[in-house]
Design a protein around this ligand. Sequence first.
Ligand SMILES: Cc1ncc(COP(=O)(O)O)c(C=O)c1O
Length: 389
Amino acid sequence: MLYNFDEIIDRKNTDTVKYELRNQIFNKSDVLPMWVADMDFKTPDFILQAIRKRAEHEVLGYTLRSENFEQSIINWLKIRHNWHIQKKEIAFAPGVVPGLAMAVLAFTQAGDKIIIQTPVYHPFHSTVKDLGRQLIENELIETDGFYEMDFEKLEKQIDKRTKMLILSNPHNPVGRVWKEDELRKLGEICLKHHILIVSDDIHSDLVFKPHVYTPIASLSEELAMQTISFFAPSKTFNLAGLNTSFAIISNNKLFSKYAVWLENLHLFNGNIFGNIALETAYTNGEKWLIQLLDYLQENIDFVDSFLKKNLPKIKMRKPEGTYLAWLDFRAYQLTQNELNNRLIHQAGLGFNSGEMFGNSGNGFQRINLACSRFVVEDAMEKLRKCENP
Ligand SMILES: Cc1ncc(COP(=O)(O)O)c(C=O)c1O
C-alpha cells in the first residue's frame, strides 16, 4: 500500500472541532473522539504540496477560480460516477450546508414545507427550521438494520405547501447508497407533485463495492431539470476546513435563482487554498481514494466481526457508503441518556448520539471509522470493557 492510513496523527492543539469541543459536547475532555465527520488521516501529500506551493507566493489577495477548477469537476464526475455535465451547470458553494441553506432561501418561502427522510444528518433539520420553513419528517423504514424510503407515507405527507425534498445520497447516518430504482421511484413522486429535489451527495465518492452511487439528476432530463445536487471534495480528501463545495444545477432558471443568493450574500469568492485543493484532489486523487476505500472497508469489516463475536447485542449493518457506522444498541433497553452516559463516562467513547438525527435514532449511535485501525481496535476494546467492567 502506497499510503499509510495506520499512522496516528496528533490533532490536539490545532483547534480541531472533533478534539477541542469534547468538553462542551461530552462533558469529558478525554473521550476517544469518533463523532464529527472528518477523517483523522493525513490530507493527501499531493494536495498539501499544491497548497504549500501557492502559499510560497507572498500575496494572498482576492483570487479567481482557474479554468481548471470546473474542468477538474467535470472530469471527476465523468470518471468516478459516469456523469457527464457541462461547465455552465457548475455553481460554487462555500460548503454544502451553506449551499443547502441558499437553496432553501432561493426556492422556498417562509412557511413552505420541506421533507427530509429521518434519521438524517442533523443540519438538514436545523437549516429548514432556522430559516422558518416547516420541517416534514418522512421516517425511513428499518428492517434488521436495513433502511428503505417510505414512498407511501411520503406521498401522503405531500400537500400544496410542500416545495422541496432534501435527499442524502449516500445517506448519513444509515449508510445506504440509494439504488437506481429507489431513486427513480422517489423522482417520480417529486416530479408528479412539483417538488424540487435537493440532493446532498457529499459522500458520493465513499462507496464500497458492489454498491454504486447514482446521481438522481442523471436519471432523466426531467429529473435533471428538477434537481440541485451538492458535492465537495471535503469528505473524500479530508478538506472540510477549506469550505469549498459546488452544486450541479442543469436547469438555467434554477441556476440563476441560486446565483442571485450567492451574489447577494457575497459568498461567491471561496478561498484560494480551497480552490487549489479541489482542483488537485480531482485531478490527482483517484489512486489515493481507491486505497482509502480499501482501508475504510477493512475498518468496517473489523468492527462487524468484532461486534458479532464479542458484543452480539450491538447490531450493525455494514454501511454501503460513508465512513460512518450506525450502531443499534436497542437490545440493552437503556434510555438514550443512560446509553450516552455509559459510553461517555464508563467507556470513554465520544460517538454521535442517535437521537440528534431524528426520533428514530433513539437507541443508536453513529461512529466515525475514518481513523487508524489501532484507534478502531481501541474503541472496540473500550466498548467490550464497558459491557463487562
Ligand atoms: C450529508 C452531509 N452533508 C454536508 C456535510 C457538511 O458539509 P459542509 O462542511 O461542506 O458544509 C456533512 C458533514 O458531515 C454531511 O454528512
